[in-house]
Design a binder for this molecule. Structure first.
Ligand code: ADP
Ligand code: MG
Ligand code: MG
Length: 215
């Protein structure tokens, strides 16, 4: 069963940092095609800062403080749109944990609530909706699949597998989308035919989370 502790999240962040680190050339290529080429640098720096900040995390760290720290780290050390979007997303995650008293453990419903809060905040902050070729597309698609699997009373394993597939499908779907937000929207072709870099790195993170849970 899904039972993510703060320590599990710290391990997930470490694994994701390694995954993102390996994707330098691919992600940079994507952001060079339709953006300014710095997306990998931004996200990679974010994960380096997050994981180094968590090295001396107290054993009783709560989800409220974990997500708040991560949000502040993203705001203060990551440039570009991603820093502000992930920063506000994680601050929203902290708030929902406080409200719903998710302190030391996230079950399958709580985990959904946390990522849903991130999605809603990113959409608000980015003034964007699904279908506009951004990082929101992978998260939205992942959560749609998650919700559908929960509604269909699938097993937790199937729910998490649906979440991973939803994330990757959402990222791939950005290829045919016309950008409404972000740098690709400044182009005459609106980036059609190119994957959105932010959607790809979002999917990498969500896939990494799903795989952590399944392992
Ligand atoms: P910048 O574009 O400022 O250089 P990054 O390269 O780090 O920032 O991030 C670019 C990614 O940010 C895009 O690929 C897209 O997924 C996402 N993005 C840009 N603007 C928005 C927005 N308004 N709402 C949601 N996501 C956005
Ligand atoms: Mg960029
Ligand atoms: Mg930039």
């Amino acid at each position: 069963t899904v039972k993510m502790t703060v320590n599990d999240f710290i391990q997930y962040f470490n694994q994701t940092k390694d995954r993102i680190y390996k994707e330098k050339d691919y992600v940079t290529e994507l952001d060079s095609a339709t953006g300014d080429g710095d997306h990998w640098v931004n996200v990679n720096k974010g994960f380096e800062q997050i994981t180094s900040g968590l090295k001396d995390a107290p054993a009783d760290l709560t989800f409220v403080d974990l997500f708040k720290n991560i949000g502040m780290t993203m705001f203060s050390s990551v440039g570009g749109s991603s820093g502000a979007l992930y920063g506000s997303g994680y601050v929203a995650a902290s708030k929902i944990c406080k409200e719903k008293k998710y302190i030391h453990e996230l079950d399958v419903h709580a985990l959904y609530d946390v990522y849903h809060a991130i999605l809603v905040e990113m959409m608000k902050r980015g003034k964007t909706e699904p279908g506009q070729k951004t990082m929101v597309d992978s998260l939205y698609s992942a959560l749609q699949a998650y919700q559908e699997a929960m509604d269909a009373e699938k097993s937790e394993k199937e729910i998490i597998m649906a979440f991973i597939k939803g994330a990757n499908d959402g990222a791939q779907a950005t290829r045919e989308m016309a950008a409404v937000k972000g740098r690709a929207s400044y182009r005459t072709d609106k980036g059609i035919g190119h994957l959105d870099p932010g959607a790809i790195t979002m999917a990498m993170q969500l896939e990494s989370l799903g795989k952590y849970i399944l392992n």
